[in-house]
Ligand binder design. Structure first.
Ligand SMILES: *[C@@H]1O[C@H](CO)[C@@H](O)[C@H](O)[C@H]1NC(C)=O
Ligand SMILES: *[C@@H]1O[C@H](CO)[C@@H](O)[C@H](O)[C@H]1NC(C)=O
Ligand SMILES: *[C@@H]1O[C@H](CO)[C@@H](O)[C@H](O)[C@H]1NC(C)=O
Ligand SMILES: *[C@@H]1O[C@H](CO)[C@@H](O)[C@H](O)[C@H]1NC(C)=O
Ligand SMILES: *[C@@H]1O[C@H](CO)[C@@H](O)[C@H](O)[C@H]1NC(C)=O
Length: 478
């Protein structure tokens, strides 16, 4: 008995009045073109080559802005422009590369090549998507239950969910029916990594001043570290290993929503049932380029709910030679140049704002980062160019990357929380974010919701970078 229907490649049904209006406009336009043509020389519709040339010009201008931004904020990094999309970030000669990759038998390189067009397409999309796995996603995605669900459960003993009942049992404790959080829900968010660098600056109060704070794994939050990392706790992204020991990490705090990055299994489920905190599974693609790990996922998670993402405790300063965490002894030999370069690129694409000891004394001045308007134009240009390259229509809009459409009944299941919430959870006092009704959200979130017609977007994990699964919530007739 399926409560959701899904149809690959089906476009959203256009509103009839809109179609009529468009036809009308088109007619008026044709007539005016005809009348102009009869009296003057014909106005030329720009050819695709001309349109592409225009996008290339736009992007080339943007590349110079990125280059300037890297020069002024990169603490020695420089950007060499290759073309309108590609650039190379370079560390100054003499930079010590101490991190040895045993697999490839090389030290970390001092140059990193990026495609700014792809990067901007990828990260701008996160502002509109849901990054928490939901039941509606599994229902609507064609291989949702059989294939995809199986990938999110460890110890299943099968590559596919041949027994859907069993898979539902294993996931139900983590699976809300619909997205529990909304795009644009928060104005400012702090994503706090675990770097030992955090102890060099007292960012605690600044971090706590954000609307929501995102932390990683076992990062302690207590009086001892309050000066450096603050006390506010809203979201915590955890890997499977950490999820098992969640109770002592939370230390009695029921105020944090937990998002498990990778997989769940029976043992984690048992832990979850003892916690009052909401617990979810992360839903997002595996990044093939750039820095990996929990840090990147935290940024994706934050970006799917926040306008501004301030990043603390990531190793983004030069001269970092040890891998340290603010709450444990240093380990040896780690110099994540690749991460540093990528974070700097993200800052210069308006995705995050970097905060670190070497950047602490600066006035908060972001004027050398491209503006929202510049980023929007660059995004549109990158989008058109890419669609032309692959021979697709270039109509820009929030649904332009929807590969799969599905419809679900809005009354199906709880708005958030799962059908299998434990007693502990049901009786808890957690009431911070996930249960917020639409009218309690900030205006930007409500406006976005209205503009999207209530449709939720999800990344199609494992597939092409920008393919989306789009879920319409059909109004019930009753
Ligand atoms: C690189 O390492 C060497 C030896 O450890 C040191 O003398 C030098 O100052 C380092 N250079 C930089 C730029 O950190
Ligand atoms: C499927 O899993 C359920 C729940 O674990 C179990 O009760 C049922 O016997 C399984 N069905 C088959 C055909 O294995
Ligand atoms: C746990 O919380 C208690 C007070 O609620 C505090 O005294 C203790 O230091 C905390 N433990 C850790 C490991 O943070
Ligand atoms: C995101 O949603 C907004 C509507 O709030 C829309 O204008 C914009 O085009 C969307 N961006 C992307 C990259 O889909
Ligand atoms: C929830 O809050 C109420 C009222 O403040 C309190 O009586 C109750 O003990 C709390 N429940 C839990 C599980 O903390």
């Amino acid at each position: 008995m399926s409560r959701a229907s899904s149809t690959p490649q089906q476009p959203p049904p256009p509103h009839r009045p809109t179609v009529a209006l468009l036809l009308g406009l088109a007619l008026v336009f044709c007539l005016s073109v005809l009348s102009i043509q009869s009296s003057f020389t014909a106005p030329r519709v720009p050819s695709r080559l001309e349109v592409d040339a225009e996008q290339v010009r736009e992007l080339s201008g943007f590349q110079s802005r990125v280059q300037q931004c890297v020069a002024s904020r990169g603490l020695g990094l420089t950007a060499d422009i290759v073309d309108h999309c590609k650039l190379v970030l370079k560390f100054p000669t003499g930079t010590n590369s101490t991190w040895y990759n045993a697999q490839f038998k090389i030290f970390e390189p001092l140059e990193y090549r990026y495609d700014v067009c792809e990067t901007i397409l990828l990260w701008e999309q996160y502002r509109n998507v849901t990054t928490v796995l939901t039941r509606e996603y599994l229902d609507v995605r064609p291989d949702g239950w059989l294939d995809y669900a199986a990938k999110r459960i460890a110890q299943l003993g099968a590559k596919k969910c041949y027994n859907r009942t069993l898979c539902e049992e294993l996931l139900s404790v983590l699976l809300p029916a619909k997205p529990p959080f909304h795009p644009r829900q928060f104005a400012t968010c702090a994503v706090v990594g675990n770097s030992g660098d955090l102890l060099k600056t007292e960012f605690g109060r600044e971090i706590d001043a954000h609307d929501a704070v995102f932390r990683d794994n076992e990062a302690p939050v207590n009086k001892k570290y309050a000066k450096y990392v603050g006390l506010k706790r809203d979201f915590r992204l955890v890997v499977r290993g950490a999820a098992r020991n969640m109770a002592p990490i939370l230390n009695g705090s029921s105020d944090e929503a937990l998002i498990i990055k990778s997989l769940t299994h029976k043992e984690i489920n048992a832990v979850i049932k003892e916690l009052p905190n909401p617990v979810y599974l992360f839903q997002g693609i595996v990044l093939r380029r750039g820095a990996k790990g929990t840090g990147m996922k935290s940024i994706e998670l934050a970006l799917s709910m926040c306008d501004i993402v301030d990043v603390y405790g990531f190793t983004v300063d030069p001269g970092y030679t040890e891998w340290t965490r603010y709450f444990s002894a240093p380990r040896k030999g780690h110099n994540p140049l690749q991460g540093r370069a990528y974070y700097q690129l993200l800052e210069c694409l308006g995705v995050v704002r970097l905060h670190s000891p070497m950047r602490a004394q600066r006035v908060e001045d972001w004027s050398d980062v491209p503006s929202k308007e510049e980023i929007k134009r660059a995004h549109a240009a990158a989008f058109r160019l890419k669609k032309h390259e692959i021979g697709q229509a270039d109509e820009l809009g929030p649904f332009s990357n929807c590969k799969v459409w599905g419809t679900v009944d809005p009354d199906y299941g709880p708005v958030s929380g799962t059908s299998d919430m434990s007693e502990t959870r049901r009786n808890s006092n957690y009431s911070k974010w996930e249960l917020l009704p639409l009218e309690k959200l900030r205006n930007e979130a409500q406006e976005h919701h209205a503009q999207m017609g209530g449709v939720s977007l999800y990344k199609m994990d494992g597939n092409k970078l920008d393919d989306l699964v789009c879920v319409r919530h059909e109004h019930s007739s009753g």
